[in-house]
Design a protein around this ligand. Structure first.
Ligand code: B16
Ligand code: MG
Length: 215
Protein backbone atom coordinates (compact mmCIF):
# COMPACT_ATOMS: atom_id res chain seq x y z
CA UNK A 1 0.00 0.00 0.00
CA UNK A 2 1.51 3.30 -1.12
CA UNK A 3 1.43 6.27 1.26
CA UNK A 4 3.80 8.71 -0.43
CA UNK A 5 4.94 9.64 -3.94
CA UNK A 6 8.50 10.78 -4.66
CA UNK A 7 9.18 12.53 -7.96
CA UNK A 8 12.37 13.30 -9.78
CA UNK A 9 11.92 16.51 -11.81
CA UNK A 10 13.82 16.65 -15.10
CA UNK A 11 12.57 13.86 -17.35
CA UNK A 12 9.65 12.95 -15.07
CA UNK A 13 7.64 16.14 -14.60
CA UNK A 14 9.11 18.25 -17.39
CA UNK A 15 11.66 17.54 -20.09
CA UNK A 16 14.45 20.03 -19.45
CA UNK A 17 17.30 17.73 -20.52
CA UNK A 18 17.39 19.49 -23.90
CA UNK A 19 17.87 22.87 -22.21
CA UNK A 20 20.59 21.47 -19.93
CA UNK A 21 22.26 20.12 -23.08
CA UNK A 22 22.14 23.44 -24.96
CA UNK A 23 23.51 25.33 -21.95
CA UNK A 24 26.34 22.83 -21.34
CA UNK A 25 27.17 22.67 -25.05
CA UNK A 26 27.55 26.46 -25.21
CA UNK A 27 29.68 26.55 -22.07
CA UNK A 28 31.81 23.59 -23.19
CA UNK A 29 32.45 25.10 -26.62
CA UNK A 30 33.67 28.31 -24.93
CA UNK A 31 36.42 26.27 -23.25
CA UNK A 32 37.22 24.22 -26.35
CA UNK A 33 35.26 21.06 -25.57
CA UNK A 34 32.68 19.50 -27.87
CA UNK A 35 29.84 17.44 -26.43
CA UNK A 36 27.09 15.63 -28.31
CA UNK A 37 23.61 14.42 -27.40
CA UNK A 38 24.84 10.93 -26.63
CA UNK A 39 27.35 12.28 -24.10
CA UNK A 40 24.53 14.40 -22.63
CA UNK A 41 22.73 11.18 -21.63
CA UNK A 42 25.46 10.53 -19.07
CA UNK A 43 24.66 13.87 -17.37
CA UNK A 44 21.05 12.94 -16.57
CA UNK A 45 20.30 13.07 -12.85
CA UNK A 46 23.89 14.14 -12.09
CA UNK A 47 24.51 17.36 -10.14
CA UNK A 48 25.80 20.55 -11.78
CA UNK A 49 29.28 20.22 -10.22
CA UNK A 50 29.61 16.55 -11.20
CA UNK A 51 28.36 17.35 -14.71
CA UNK A 52 31.09 19.96 -15.17
CA UNK A 53 33.73 17.51 -13.91
CA UNK A 54 32.51 14.89 -16.40
CA UNK A 55 32.66 17.42 -19.25
CA UNK A 56 36.17 18.50 -18.28
CA UNK A 57 37.31 14.86 -18.15
CA UNK A 58 35.64 14.26 -21.53
CA UNK A 59 37.70 17.13 -22.97
CA UNK A 60 40.84 16.04 -21.10
CA UNK A 61 40.86 19.34 -19.19
CA UNK A 62 40.25 18.02 -15.68
CA UNK A 63 43.37 19.78 -14.37
CA UNK A 64 43.01 23.02 -16.32
CA UNK A 65 40.84 25.02 -13.90
CA UNK A 66 40.96 26.09 -10.24
CA UNK A 67 37.97 25.48 -7.96
CA UNK A 68 37.04 29.19 -8.26
CA UNK A 69 37.16 28.99 -12.06
CA UNK A 70 35.04 25.85 -12.02
CA UNK A 71 32.47 27.60 -9.81
CA UNK A 72 32.35 30.46 -12.29
CA UNK A 73 31.90 28.03 -15.20
CA UNK A 74 29.01 26.26 -13.39
CA UNK A 75 27.36 29.59 -12.66
CA UNK A 76 27.73 30.68 -16.27
CA UNK A 77 26.13 27.43 -17.46
CA UNK A 78 23.26 28.05 -15.04
CA UNK A 79 22.74 31.56 -16.44
CA UNK A 80 22.45 30.08 -19.96
CA UNK A 81 20.08 27.41 -18.63
CA UNK A 82 17.86 29.92 -16.77
CA UNK A 83 17.58 32.02 -19.92
CA UNK A 84 16.35 28.96 -21.82
CA UNK A 85 13.89 28.19 -19.01
CA UNK A 86 12.15 31.52 -19.72
CA UNK A 87 10.25 29.58 -22.37
CA UNK A 88 8.71 26.94 -20.12
CA UNK A 89 5.09 27.07 -18.94
CA UNK A 90 2.32 24.65 -17.79
CA UNK A 91 2.01 23.36 -21.38
CA UNK A 92 5.39 21.65 -20.87
CA UNK A 93 4.22 19.43 -18.01
CA UNK A 94 4.72 15.84 -19.18
CA UNK A 95 1.64 13.66 -19.87
CA UNK A 96 -0.08 12.14 -16.85
CA UNK A 97 1.73 14.25 -14.25
CA UNK A 98 -1.07 16.69 -13.47
CA UNK A 99 -3.74 13.98 -13.08
CA UNK A 100 -1.50 11.92 -10.81
CA UNK A 101 -0.50 14.74 -8.44
CA UNK A 102 -4.07 16.12 -8.31
CA UNK A 103 -5.45 12.68 -7.44
CA UNK A 104 -2.71 12.09 -4.88
CA UNK A 105 -3.65 15.40 -3.23
CA UNK A 106 -7.33 14.38 -3.22
CA UNK A 107 -6.46 11.11 -1.44
CA UNK A 108 -4.09 12.89 0.99
CA UNK A 109 -1.08 11.02 -0.39
CA UNK A 110 1.86 13.43 0.05
CA UNK A 111 4.03 14.22 -2.98
CA UNK A 112 7.68 15.29 -2.67
CA UNK A 113 10.36 16.33 -5.16
CA UNK A 114 13.76 14.59 -5.07
CA UNK A 115 15.73 16.27 -7.85
CA UNK A 116 19.41 17.02 -8.21
CA UNK A 117 18.39 20.40 -9.63
CA UNK A 118 18.87 23.52 -7.56
CA UNK A 119 16.37 25.14 -9.94
CA UNK A 120 13.50 22.81 -8.95
CA UNK A 121 11.47 25.43 -6.99
CA UNK A 122 11.77 27.94 -9.88
CA UNK A 123 10.73 25.33 -12.45
CA UNK A 124 7.75 24.11 -10.39
CA UNK A 125 6.57 27.71 -10.02
CA UNK A 126 6.82 28.27 -13.77
CA UNK A 127 4.76 25.12 -14.31
CA UNK A 128 2.22 26.36 -11.70
CA UNK A 129 2.31 23.03 -9.80
CA UNK A 130 4.51 23.83 -6.79
CA UNK A 131 1.50 23.81 -4.43
CA UNK A 132 0.82 20.11 -5.13
CA UNK A 133 4.08 19.14 -3.44
CA UNK A 134 4.39 18.99 0.31
CA UNK A 135 8.15 19.31 0.16
CA UNK A 136 11.22 19.67 -2.07
CA UNK A 137 14.54 18.12 -1.04
CA UNK A 138 17.27 20.75 -1.09
CA UNK A 139 20.03 19.06 -3.14
CA UNK A 140 22.63 21.32 -1.51
CA UNK A 141 21.84 19.75 1.86
CA UNK A 142 23.05 16.34 0.62
CA UNK A 143 26.45 14.71 1.07
CA UNK A 144 26.06 12.40 -1.95
CA UNK A 145 24.19 12.67 -5.23
CA UNK A 146 22.32 9.89 -7.06
CA UNK A 147 23.06 6.89 -7.28
CA UNK A 148 23.51 7.28 -3.52
CA UNK A 149 20.11 6.74 -1.82
CA UNK A 150 20.46 9.81 0.45
CA UNK A 151 18.15 12.09 -1.59
CA UNK A 152 15.29 9.57 -1.61
CA UNK A 153 15.65 8.65 2.07
CA UNK A 154 15.51 12.37 2.87
CA UNK A 155 12.43 12.78 0.65
CA UNK A 156 10.64 9.96 2.52
CA UNK A 157 11.58 11.57 5.86
CA UNK A 158 10.28 14.97 4.73
CA UNK A 159 6.81 13.54 4.07
CA UNK A 160 7.08 11.30 7.14
CA UNK A 161 6.39 8.09 5.22
CA UNK A 162 8.65 5.01 5.68
CA UNK A 163 10.60 4.23 2.50
CA UNK A 164 8.83 0.89 1.98
CA UNK A 165 5.48 2.72 1.68
CA UNK A 166 6.78 5.12 -0.98
CA UNK A 167 6.93 4.90 -4.76
CA UNK A 168 9.61 6.82 -6.68
CA UNK A 169 9.44 8.03 -10.26
CA UNK A 170 12.74 8.41 -12.11
CA UNK A 171 14.05 8.73 -15.67
CA UNK A 172 17.77 8.20 -15.02
CA UNK A 173 19.76 5.05 -14.34
CA UNK A 174 21.51 6.79 -11.42
CA UNK A 175 18.09 7.67 -9.96
CA UNK A 176 16.71 4.14 -10.31
CA UNK A 177 19.82 2.73 -8.59
CA UNK A 178 19.40 5.29 -5.79
CA UNK A 179 15.74 4.31 -5.30
CA UNK A 180 16.59 0.60 -5.18
CA UNK A 181 19.33 1.22 -2.61
CA UNK A 182 16.76 3.15 -0.54
CA UNK A 183 14.41 0.11 -0.86
CA UNK A 184 11.79 2.27 -2.54
CA UNK A 185 9.61 0.80 -5.31
CA UNK A 186 11.09 2.32 -8.48
CA UNK A 187 9.05 3.27 -11.52
CA UNK A 188 11.26 4.13 -14.49
CA UNK A 189 10.04 6.54 -17.15
CA UNK A 190 11.64 5.40 -20.38
CA UNK A 191 12.80 8.08 -22.79
CA UNK A 192 15.95 7.02 -24.63
CA UNK A 193 16.61 3.47 -23.52
CA UNK A 194 15.34 0.81 -21.11
CA UNK A 195 15.67 1.13 -17.33
CA UNK A 196 15.86 -2.56 -16.54
CA UNK A 197 16.78 -2.09 -12.89
CA UNK A 198 13.40 -0.42 -12.22
CA UNK A 199 10.58 -2.45 -10.62
CA UNK A 200 8.32 -1.22 -13.39
CA UNK A 201 8.99 0.63 -16.66
CA UNK A 202 6.46 3.00 -18.23
CA UNK A 203 6.56 5.39 -21.17
CA UNK A 204 4.67 8.12 -19.33
CA UNK A 205 2.80 8.73 -16.10
CA UNK A 206 -0.51 8.30 -17.98
CA UNK A 207 0.12 4.57 -17.35
CA UNK A 208 0.00 5.05 -13.57
CA UNK A 209 -3.31 4.43 -11.83
CA UNK A 210 -3.45 5.96 -8.36
CA UNK A 211 -6.14 3.48 -7.25
CA UNK A 212 -3.89 0.52 -8.04
CA UNK A 213 -1.04 2.18 -6.14
CA UNK A 214 -2.91 2.94 -2.93
CA UNK A 215 -5.14 -0.13 -2.59
P1 B16 B 1 20.79 22.22 -11.90
P2 B16 B 1 16.84 15.63 -12.01
C1 B16 B 1 19.04 16.92 -12.77
O1 B16 B 1 17.67 16.90 -12.52
C2 B16 B 1 19.31 16.85 -14.27
O2 B16 B 1 18.87 15.59 -14.77
C3 B16 B 1 20.78 16.99 -14.50
O3 B16 B 1 21.06 16.96 -15.89
C4 B16 B 1 21.25 18.34 -13.89
O4 B16 B 1 22.64 18.50 -14.05
C5 B16 B 1 20.90 18.35 -12.41
O5 B16 B 1 19.50 18.16 -12.26
C6 B16 B 1 21.31 19.63 -11.72
O6 B16 B 1 20.53 20.68 -12.20
O7 B16 B 1 21.96 22.66 -12.68
O8 B16 B 1 19.49 22.85 -12.34
O9 B16 B 1 21.00 22.35 -10.41
O10 B16 B 1 16.76 14.68 -13.15
O11 B16 B 1 17.55 15.09 -10.77
O12 B16 B 1 15.51 16.26 -11.66
MG1 MG C 1 15.69 13.11 -14.12
Amino acid sequence: MVKGLIFDLDGVIVDTAGYHYLAWKKLASEIGIDIDEQFNQSLKGISRVESLDKILRHGNKQNSFTIEEKNMLSERKNEYYLKLLDNISPKDILPGVLDLIKQANQYNIPCVIASASQNAPTILKKLAIKHYFQSIVDPQSLKQGKPDPEIFLKAARLIDVPAQYCVGFEDSMAGIQALKKARIYAIGIIAEGPLHEADREVYSLTEINIHTLIK
